[in-house]
Every structure is written in C-alpha cells, then in structure tokens.
Design a protein around this ligand. Structure first.
Ligand code: GDP
Ligand code: MG
Length: 457
C-alpha cells in the first residue's frame, strides 16, 4: 500500500568492515564536521541512528557541484557499526538496510572481516559502497580538510599519487578474487555491475563529501520504489535495554509506516510472543546539553524512517533483531503472534537433529543467525545442540553439561558478543564445561579448533 507520489522516506545506511579500519571514526567525521562549526545543519541524533537532512548533505557536497537532484528527505545512518546492526535490520528474511558502507583500510587491503562483511552483504542482496579509508596515511599526504577526493588528489605529489594508484590496483585485484568488480567511483561507468570505491580520510575529511553524495544519489536513483513511503509498518528491534525510570524498553528502527502512542504491537520474545501497547514513543532531546537522564521527547506519533525508543509493559524477554508488528482492527491477534515468532522458529530449526553438538549463544537473533550460518559452512562444520540469546547464565552451563557424557568436546558454549555471569563461570569450571567468548565470529572458531586439537592429543 503506497501513499502519494514522490513521497520518499530516508534511505537507511549501515557501516561494516574489519576492526580498526575506521568505521566509528568515519561516523564521527560524517556527524562532526558541521557540529564543530556550531552549525549542526539539522543533524539530529536518534535512538541508534543519526539523521542527516538533505539540506545538510547539499551544503556539504556543494564543492562537487551536484545538481539539486536530491529528492529523499535525508539519510538515516545507523550508529553502531558492524555486522550486528546490519544483521538485526531485517524483516521476514530481507534486509532493511538500503545501502551499506564497506570500510577498507587502504594500507591493509582486504582483511578477514572485510570478506565476512562482503559475504554477508552478498547473501542479503544489499547495495554497498566501498570507503577506502585512511588515505591520509599515504606517505607524504598533504591534508586538504573535507575536500572532494579528486581535488585533494590533484594537490598530492607524484609519489603519493603513484602509491595511491598502486594500492587501489592491488585492492581492486583482491576484490576481484572475491568475485566482485570494483572501480574508483569517479571512473565507474557501470554502477549497476561494478561497485564504487570512494577514497576517504576519517581524520581530515577528504572524500567525505563524495561518500555522502554517492550514497544519496545511488540510493534514490536505483531504489525509488523501495524508498517510496509505505503505510504498512516495517520496524525492527535493534536493542532491548533497561532504563532507570522507564523499565525495559526497546530501541527500534521504524523503516516504513507510522507508529502512535497507544498502538497495539507484538514482538518476538524468548518465552513466546509479547503482545503489548505502546506506552510512549521517545526520541532524544535535540539539544545535547539538555540530554540529562530521562530527558526524552515524547511523541504522539512518529513517521518512518526514524530511530525510536518504545516503552511498554512486558518487554523483558523481547529479542533484539526481530520484527515489530502492529495489530490493526482487521488483524487476528493469533496470526500476528505467529508471524512475530517466525524468526525464532527458523533459528530453532537449525539445531542438529542428532542432539549432539555445542551450545551457542549471542546477543541478538541476527548475530546468532550469522554464527549458525558460519558454523554450518563445510570448512567449519560444527554441530549445534542448543541456542540462546543474551548473557550466559548457570542454566545455560547446565544445558551444555549434558554433552559431557555423550561427547565431551561438545560440552562447550560458544558465546558471541555476550557476557558470562560469574556464577555461570564458576559452575562451568567445576563441571568441566568450556566457554569460549569472542566478538568476532572466526575467533570463536579458532579457539574451538585449538581446543579440539588439544583434546585429540
Ligand atoms: P573501527 O574499529 O573500524 O570502528 O575503527 P576506529 O574508528 O575505532 O579507528 C581505528 C583507529 O584508526 C583509531 O585510532 C582511529 O583514530 C584511526 N583512524 C580511523 N580512520 C582514520 C583515517 O582516516 N586516517 C587515520 N590516519 N587514522 C584513522
Ligand atoms: Mg568501532
């Protein structure tokens, strides 16, 4: 159901890439420039996302002499970089991220998590642009604050230009080895088939105008239909958080539709569907200095695309990374509840039927899925007998300890980006259950592999 012509919503953008390539810094840089100069230019911090109005982007890209073709209201950039935010932004199996930035360090080229990110983007059919970051680290680089990249490059010595060309060529070859055609964006004549590379510095801002303009242009040129505002709710839970005075809240990204205070909603819970009523729709206060505890803005209604904090009763066991559903008068509540639990059912169906395997635990359903997908790949092939979302508790250790009698090496918990309670840790030690913790998927695999080998000896 579409409403109005030319009624576009903001595209939603995620940032992915290997650790230390500059994802956080790039976000800061995109966010920071105008704020520092005392002209925020309408940039607003939302829950889990930052909103850049088109006027701001037009101002910052004016040196590129872009035609005033910007039709979308702005760009909504998700604040947490990395896999997790990306995997959580989905609904019924398809990604809600409209366009991603894949960050690569120009001095390092492709790294393990670059490839992991690339595979993830491919598997979800997500559009992306490569930011080739840290160009200022090329030896002898002359800073040219916030300049378009072609202009900045012209100011560099022949040596710098040559090193740049050589590194770009190498990285294009590395991408080719991964089955991806890439090209510097200003030379890219076939944007549909060849991915664009934008050289950037998150330190001095070179290439940032190019990145912003390309993101917006690319999104609205190729996704007019996808970006046409729809009345049907598309909304995903990014985080479940306890806030003093508010109880358990959910931070959501509303991708389409309008939410109202008092709306009846259903979200997926660890112990079954949660049907509840929106008590409050909150966003941060626009003026940072006023953002003291509890100083959220209340809204009667909010229209997509937005990052929103929702308060409601009964959200304690809500699962991050699942879709939020609205119950309208025409809906059958039980049908909506079934829909809300579908993601969970899909994940549960991946547990090994033999009943033998390790236990895995992650912070969100999206990261759990990513981990399960990885464990299933032929090169890894680790069976899973149990899953859970959230911190590792005693009961999780007890569940894993069942394997001690069947297959000792599987009495293991692979914990991805979650905490382990001290009681759980003590119990695991006493019982002989191994817990491996990592915030990078392949590190979990490395640890487990080493453990398996040590057992064999
Ligand atoms: P993340 O792990 O991808 O989020 O990377 P960070 O944003 O935390 O950056 C990692 C390190 O690289 C930090 O010390 C940053 O200051 C530095 N860094 C990030 N971007 C740039 C850049 O464009 N140029 C230079 N010289 N350093 C950068
Ligand atoms: Mg970071």
């Amino acid at each position: 159901k579409k409403s109005g012509n030319g009624n576009l919503r903001s595209p939603i953008c995620c940032i992915l890439g290997h650790v230390d390539t500059g994802k956080t810094k790039l976000l800061d840089c995109i966010r920071g420039t105008n704020v520092q100069e005392g002209e925020a230019g309408g940039i607003t911090q939302q829950i889990g996302a930052t909103y850049f109005p088109t006027d701001n982007i037009r101002e910052r890209t004016k040196e590129l002499k872009a035609d005033a073709m910007l039709k979308v209201p702005g760009l909504l950039v998700i604040d947490t970089p990395g896999h997790e935010a990306f995997t959580n932004l989905r609904s019924r199996g398809s990604s809600l991220c409209d366009i991603a930035i894949l960050v690569v360090d120009i001095m390092h080229g492709l790294e393990p998590q670059t490839i992991e990110s690339l595979n993830l983007l491919k598997s979800r059919n997500a559009e992306f642009i490569v930011a080739l970051n840290k160009v200022d680290r090329l030896y002898g680089w002359k800073k040219c604050l916030n300049a378009p990249i072609v202009k900045a490059m012209k100011l560099q010595s022949i040596d710098v230009q040559n090193e740049f060309k050589m590194r770009v060529t190498q990285i294009v070859t590395q991408f080719k080895e991964q089955g991806l055609n890439t090209e510097l964006y200003y030379k890219n004549k076939n944007m549909g088939e060849t991915s664009s590379i934008v050289p950037t510095s998150a330190m001095s801002g070179e290439g940032i105008p190019d990145l912003l303009l390309l993101l917006i242009n690319w999104a609205q040129r190729t996704m007019e239909e996808k970006l046409t505002f729809m009345d049907d709710i598309q909304c995903t839970v990014l985080e479940v958080k306890v806030i003093e005075g508010l109880g358990t809240t959910i931070d959501v990204v509303l991708v389409n539709g309008v939410l109202h205070e008092g709306d009846q909603i259903v979200v997926c819970g660890m112990q079954g569907p949660i049907a509840t009523t929106i008590r409050a729709l909150l966003t941060p206060h626009p003026m940072k200095e006023l953002r003291v505890k509890g100083a959220y803005l209340h809204h009667k209604e909010l229209k997509a695309a937005q990052g929103i904090k929702i308060t409601a009763q009964g959200l304690e066991h809500a699962v991050a990374g699942t879709a939020l559903y609205l119950v309208t008068p025409n809906d059958d509540l039980d049908d909506v509840k079934d829909l809300a639990m579908q993601d969970m059912k899909n994940v549960m169906s991946r547990i090994d039927k033999s009943g033998e395997g390790v236990c895995v635990q992650a912070s969100t359903i999206g990261s759990l899925e990513a981990l399960l997908e990885f464990l299933k790949t032929p090169a890894v092939n680790i069976p899973v007998s149990g899953i859970n979302i959230g911190p590792v508790h005693k009961k999780d250790v007890m569940k894993a300890s069942v394997m001690l009698e069947r297959k000792k090496e599987y009495a293991t918990i692979l914990a991805f980006d979650v905490k382990v309670t001290p009681e759980a840790r003590d119990l695991a030690e006493d019982a002989g259950v191994k817990i491996f913790i990592a915030d990078i998927i392949y590190h979990l695999f490395d640890q487990f592999k080493a453990y398996m080998e040590s057992i064999k000896e």
